[in-house]
Write a protein that binds this ligand. Structure first.
Ligand SMILES: [Ca+2]
Ligand SMILES: [Ca+2]
Length: 211
């Protein structure tokens, strides 16, 4: 293998969901890699998405062919959120294949996540599923459907925390609340460290080091 790329070192893309409602169907997704500082020319071959620093938003790690991996810290998310970790008992331990649904805004907004194992080429995300909630401070209804068919329903779940749901226990266990100390103060896997700036501004480690 040489150092050349069959893909031509194309710029990374970031598609932002603008909210696809009946009266705004044309908005859909907008490409916004450059303003969020993610339009690297690296030859990306794998992507990991998780809340690596434990502050309630999703961060990114991109693995590049030949060149160093990149770690992007999310510094732009400002809405409410909920993270759900499943503990399987009769189904598999990690709840792979389970479906988690949340309803907010008096039933006006529905979101769904599937717990997966393997999320892209040479990549796997966290088994914790993440919901961005915008201005909603509470989930009206949360439903878990386990692979073997058991269904659990919870009402009025507070936002801004990591919770765990056991397949055989019909209550929510709070693992990390909004005032907890972040799980990790700083995470620096080997490679280039790029902190995501505010929209409209691109900043890299090289720029940080400039006099
Ligand atoms: Ca984070
Ligand atoms: Ca953050």
């Amino acid at each position: 293998m040489s150092d050349n790329s069959w893909n031509g070192n194309e710029r990374n893309r970031l598609l932002v969901n603008m909210g696809n409602t009946a009266d705004r169907a044309e908005t859909g997704f907008v490409e916004a890699a450059a303003p969020y500082g993610l339009d690297s020319l690296g030859d990306g071959r794998g992507l990991g998405i998780a809340d690596f620093d434990g502050d309630g938003d999703q961060d990114l790690v991109i693995n590049n062919y030949v060149s160093k991996a990149q770690y992007f810290v999310n510094q732009v998310a400002d809405g409410h959120w909920l993270q759900v970790r499943l503990q399987g008992r009769e189904s598999n331990r990690d709840g792979v294949g389970a479906i988690v649904r949340v309803e907010t805004d008096d039933g006006g907004r529905h979101q769904m996540r599937v717990v997966t194992a393997g999320d892209g080429y040479a990549s796997q995300y966290s088994r914790v599923v993440h919901f961005g909630l915008g201005g909603d401070e509470e989930i009206d209804r949360l439903e878990v459907t386990w692979p073997l068919g058991r269904t659990q329903e919870f009402r009025n779940v507070a936002a801004d925390r990591l919770i765990e749901i056991d397949e055989m226990i019909d209550s929510v266990r709070v693992i990390r609340g909004p005032r907890s100390t972040p799980r990790l103060e700083r995470v620096e896997p080997p490679g280039t460290v790029c902190k995501t700036p505010l929209p409209g501004r691109t900043k890299s480690r090289d720029e940080d080091a400039a006099p």
